[in-house]
Design a protein around this ligand. Structure first.
Ligand SMILES: [Cu+2]
Length: 518
């Protein structure tokens, strides 16, 4: 799906939704969102060991992952519920530390003896080791034994960590994760102005604050209102099968698995493929894949995307709806060469990840320029007024249901003769939703707004079609933007579409409370 600007993106999304909206409806079976869940330190006791991870085609894939040897000192964000850290997970636990903290990670090697040594690299930090045995890139943990890595979290940002031992095999098997350093200083701009208004708007609708901090870096340009971490990777099941077959060998380090030719069949967001990635964090059906990919936002919020390329391929990930403004790569804030107060990161159409590289970027969406009243707040179920600020948005009252509406489009109906109570008389005649699709594949609305059920059943019907009963539109009211790899084979699971590296960004109306408890 290509889009060159926000306006086109909206129309593309409308076209896209015709066949795909039912998929969205089927998938959104509960309130399952994500912040940036992880474990807090500054001391971590990790293990590397095998387990099976699950994919949507029903396969169980033998993998290796980092996990916790015992309960971690805490989970973050503090408000997240149901946090777990099992003894093996893919990706490994997200390590969340504060800038300036001395960090200690003790890794115990519980991989099969035949796998030999293992280790962790922490690129971007000056690491001191104790224990273990000498390896090519760092000290390694021999089978059954520990090694300890210590470093100071000197600079903020998102970075990857991964095995420094036989990386072609061990990273492929799942030995990777992310570390986030929360900045020590939060610029005043991040807790005032639009950011405090956005926070007040969230609070007035009963939404908690699930950020790790108000800024990603010690810079006024790095403020944000909501955040998500996405780690992209892929797996070749042949490699995993051969590693499993040889895992019972009793000789030390004698595993002999060819990592070429490389033919991956699974393409994952945080270790899960679509649709599994849209289930909740810590969902019990994924005991070794605790993190999801299910971004939400309200118009006007700045959403921090922490994007990490794991695995060994590049992934041209496309965030539909708008470009992503890059803040930093590998924890290095990109500043103007002539004005260090200005950020100079590019606006990217696809945030293409390089293996091991992390990108911090800001995604922003307001609905400006759509040319219709985006949630029908002008003449729909809810009647609201829109008073433009100097930028054209309704920001005077954070508790308003149409806070941050683009006022120029206020009261502009989209459809000529819509079902339901949204305003009519617009320029568009959408196909009759009753003939657009049937049953579970019923579409019905270009957005899943508060009127969607009425629109779906028409003015006289009372029973919503299949798919809207279990997924009442009153529970979800947003524009769905497909966020996916632009290497289109990567949006398959074992060559079947849809699947793989794909999720939906939901831009929700204020009626819809974004609950990121887990
Ligand atoms: Cu696309």
């Amino acid at each position: 799906m290509r889009a060159t600007n926000m306006k086109n993106t909206n129309s593309m999304t409308r076209l896209f939704l015709a066949p795909m909206v039912a998929v969205v409806l089927l998938l959104l079976t509960g309130t399952a969102f994500a912040a940036t869940p992880g474990i807090t330190g500054p001391s971590f006791n990790l293990t590397a060991q095998p387990a099976f991870i699950t994919q949507p085609d029903g396969s169980l894939v033998y993998s290796w992952g980092y996990g916790c040897t015992s309960a971690p000192s805490g989970f973050a964000p503090a408000s997240i519920a149901g946090g777990t850290c099992s003894n093996m997970q893919v990706p490994g636990p997200t390590l969340i530390v504060q800038q300036g903290q001395p960090v200690s990670v003790t890794l115990t090697n519980n991989l099969p003896v035949s796998a030999g040594n293992t280790s962790i690299l922490f690129p971007g930090f000056i690491v001191t080791t104790s224990g273990g045995v000498a390896g090519l890139l760092t000290q390694e943990a021999a089978p059954g034994n520990p090694v300890t890595y210590t470093f100071t979290a000197t600079t903020p940002g998102t970075r990857s960590y991964y095995s420094g031992t036989q990386g072609d095999l061990q990273v492929e098997m799942g030995l990777y994760g992310a570390i986030i350093v929360v900045p020590s200083g939060i610029p005043a701009a991040c807790t005032s102005g639009v950011h405090s208004s956005n926070e007040a708007a969230q609070a007035s609708h009963g939404e908690g604050n699930f950020r790790l901090a108000a800024a990603a870096y010690n810079h006024a340009g790095a403020c944000y209102d909501r955040e998500y971490l996405f780690q992209f990777s892929e797996m070749d099941p042949r490699i995993h099968r051969e590693a499993e077959e040889q895992s019972t060998r009793t000789c030390t380090g004698c595993l002999n698995v060819a990592t070429e030719p490389y033919v991956p069949a699974y393409f994952m967001v945080n270790g899960r493929s679509m649709p599994d990635d849209m289930d909740g964090n810590y969902a019990p059906q994924y005991p070794h894949q605790p993190y999801n990919g299910n971004p939400h936002m309200h118009p006007g919020e700045l959403v921090l995307l922490r994007i990490v390329g794991q695995g060994r391929w590049q992934h041209p990930f496309h965030e539909h709806g708008n470009h992503v403004r890059v803040l930093a790569r590998d924890g290095n804030l990109i500043l103007s060469a002539t004005d260090p107060n200005s950020l100079a990161g590019p606006l990217l159409f696809t945030t293409t990840t390089t293996p091991g590289q992390a990108i911090d970027g800001i995604f922003y969406w307001t609905g400006k320029g759509m040319n219709w009243d985006e949630y029908g707040h002008g003449a729909g179920v809810t009647t609201a007024t829109c008073t433009p600020d100097e930028n054209g948005y309704n920001t005077g009252s954070p508790s308003a249901i149409n806070y941050f509406e683009w006022c120029q489009d206020h009261n502009k109906p989209m459809q000529a003769a819509p079902f339901g109570s949204v305003g009519g008389g617009g320029p568009v005649t959408l196909p009759d939703p009753n003939i657009l699709a049937n049953g579970a594949w019923y579409g019905g609305s270009p957005y899943l707004g508060p009127d969607a059920t009425i629109r779906a059943v028409g003015s006289t019907g009372t029973t919503p079609p299949s798919g809207t009963v279990a997924n009442s539109p009153t529970d979800e009211a947003g524009f769905a933007f497909m966020w996916h790899s632009h290497n289109e084979r990567e949006i398959t699971t074992n060559n079947v579409f849809p699947g793989g590296m794909l999720m939906m960004m939901m831009v929700d109306s204020r009626e819809f409370v974004i609950d990121e408890t887990n």
